[in-house]
Design a protein around this ligand. Structure first.
Ligand code: P6P
Length: 347
């Protein structure tokens, strides 16, 4: 007879990974890397929630490669991620928003994966208790170069950068963890988009969003309109159009922007709509980094039937030349991204 589901059977990230392994969708090495990332996210969730009472708010007194002032929690979250990945023994190279250059991990003994991450995105919001998140992507090491060229450090660093600079279309897995009113880990290993909500009573991520599909349209836009004057004319025309009530049967689009990519993106995935960080006359490539922000988010949105675009091309087709390279980003409901692309194509 069909196995009846016990009322005590929990569907968690761990049991899901085991099932995916049995289905041949991922190998145990990659499952180990993802479990180590989930551990890092649990640790960061605890640190973020208690930051105000454990003297972890405020600045670290240094800036990262991109010139952004690091918060104490940026530095700590980076260490938490790096420690978890080293301990997994399956990570060959890590590249982080908070590290100038990719780091080769000696402790690896199998798998040798390349992991890119933004350990705490939106950290400027921490002191105000606004949602923040961690973003990650996992690549296979690229065949053409063997990282362990120990006698030649320059060659090894060059290998590291080559290994890290792969297009998002090569991702094996990607995800983010949202630290908000609830702690939600969204993940894909290339077979759909799954969400797991953290239950601190059990200490596990419980399946909460199986096979999530992004609504094809959505009347919500998340752009920092403070940059409107610097946008190209066709983009301003697009934005004006979203506010034209007549054009939309009497009800214009709604603006929702919390200044935290993970929070704005998670709402866009669930409710539909579009998140945009365009280029402007001061920063033609916008602000977000391709490798560990735009590519993982674009991988996820495509797995849910949405689109991730630079405005002119599919984000996952862009091959990074530099680790901290920026690209403009328009991401969310398929029809909403196609709409802004149509305007920009007229430019
Ligand atoms: P702005 C946070 O610093 C971040 O990288 C994203 O999380 C967020 O969407 C964006 O920058 C906010 O940038 O210029 O609107 O403050």
């Amino acid at each position: 007879s069909a196995q009846t589901k016990s009322e005590y059977e929990l569907s968690t990230l761990t049991t899901w990974l085991l099932k995916e392994e049995q289905a041949g969708h991922l190998d145990s090495e990659l499952a180990t890397v993802i479990s180590s990332i989930a551990l890092a996210c649990k640790q960061i969730a605890s640190l973020v929630t208690r930051s105000g009472i454990s003297n972890l708010t405020g600045a670290a007194g240094a800036a990262n490669f991109s010139g952004e002032d690091q918060k104490k929690l940026d530095v700590i979250s980076n260490e938490v991620f790096a420690n978890a990945l080293r301990a997994s023994g399956r990570t060959g190279i890590i590249a982080s928003e908070e590290e100038d250059l990719p780091v080769s991990v000696e402790e690896t003994y199998s798998g040798n994966y390349v992991v890119v991450f933004d350990p705490l995105d939106g950290s400027s919001n921490i002191d105000a208790g606004i949602s923040v998140g961690s973003i990650f992507g996992v690549y296979a090491p690229s065949e053409e170069c063997d990282v362990n060229d120990m006698e030649n450090p320059e060659k090894m660093m060059e290998n590291c950068v080559i290994n890290v600079c792969q297009p998002g279309s090569s991702l094996l897995a990607a995800g983010y963890c949202l630290y908000s009113s609830s702690t939600v880990l969204m993940l894909s290993i290339g077979k759909g988009l799954f969400g797991f909500t953290y239950d601190s009573m059990v200490g596990e991520f419980i399946m909460s969003h199986p096979n999530l599909q992004v609504p094809e349209t959505g009347k919500i836009y998340a752009f920092n309109e403070g940059n409107y004057q610097g946008w190209e004319p066709k983009l301003r025309e697009y934005m004006d159009g979203l506010k034209d009530a007549e054009k939309w049967g009497g009800k214009p689009y709604s603006a929702r922007y919390i200044g935290s990519l993970v929070g704005d993106f998670h709402r866009t995935l669930l409710y539909g709509g579009i998140y945009g960080y365009p280029g402007d006359n001061a920063n033609p490539n916008g602000k977000l980094r391709l490798l560990y922000e735009c590519a993982p988010m674009s991988y996820l949105v495509e797995q849910g039937g949405g689109k991730g675009s630079t405005g002119r091309e599919r984000v996952l087709d862009v091959c990074p030349e530099k680790v901290h390279q920026r690209v403009p980003l328009f991401i969310g409901s398929k029809k909403e991204v196609e709409n802004v692309e149509a305007y920009l194509a007229q430019a």
